[in-house]
Design a protein around this ligand. Structure first.
Ligand code: CA
Length: 224
């Protein structure tokens, strides 16, 4: 999963990032409200951890903008305030959960797991594309009913393409969905993942077309 942390306390942000990375997530950090709002709208995140006391645009306003833009990404609010009114305000604005500082890291990790489970259950994570079935919650794929082995990054690339069938997806979009900002992932690496996916999918009639100089397009398949 890819998680955005918006927190201006550097040591707290890096502590949260550390525990989430050990749980296998890709984590990015912003320290200013304006950046949180832009990043969450321009790129795909599975969860946003949002401090209310951010410099400039505060966390409440960030949350309001995200929900106003129709974004349904789960948001866990961090607040130094423990006033009932503040909590109610966060939840009213569309926060999915909140934690009051100071908190214990294992509790934060547990809340994050719960939020991710909840949002996956809500989306109903089974995607079908002709003979291909992808069950994201169970992390299982089948092709013509036969289990299909996909490496973690092949899986991530395929999910991005499946979310945009018949639309051109830039390599940059794929890189952003697959890696965190501080991970080096070159366009060449994406080519490797796509060619592995082709080797696995084309025998079943699923085609990923190259759009030269730009990216890829997953072709629609006829219903059978
Ligand atoms: Ca703060």
């Amino acid at each position: 999963m890819r998680i955005l942390i918006a927190e201006d306390d550097a040591s707290l942000a890096s502590g949260i990032a550390k525990i989430l990375r050990t749980e296998g997530h890709a984590v990015d950090i912003v320290t200013v409200g304006e950046h949180a709002s832009l990043a969450a709208q321009q790129e795909h995140f599975d969860l946003v951890i949002l401090d209310i006391g951010l410099p400039g645009v505060d966390g409440y306003e960030v949350l309001r903008r995200l929900r106003a833009a129709g974004l349904r990404t789960p948001v866990l609010v961090l607040t130094a305030r423990d006033e009932l009114e503040d909590r109610v305000r966060g939840l009213d604005l569309g926060a999915d959960d909140y934690m009051t500082k100071p908190f214990a890291m294992p509790e934060l990790a547990a809340r994050v797991r719960a939020l991710i489970r909840r949002s996956q259950a809500r989306v109903g994570q089974v995607t079908t594309h002709g003979p291909l079935v992808l069950d994201s919650a169970a992390r299982r794929a089948t092709l013509d009913g036969v289990p299909l082995e996909l490496a973690a990054r092949e899986w991530a690339v395929l999910e991005v393409l499946l979310a945009r069938v018949e639309r051109v997806v830039s390599k940059e979009t794929i890189i952003q969905a697959v890696a965190g900002w501080d991970e080096e992932l070159s366009p060449n690496a994406i080519e490797v993942y796509v060619s592995r996916l082709r080797a696995k999918l084309e025998p079943a009639g699923i085609r990923i077309r190259t759009v030269r100089g730009f990216g890829y397009l997953l072709e629609a398949v006829a219903d059978r």
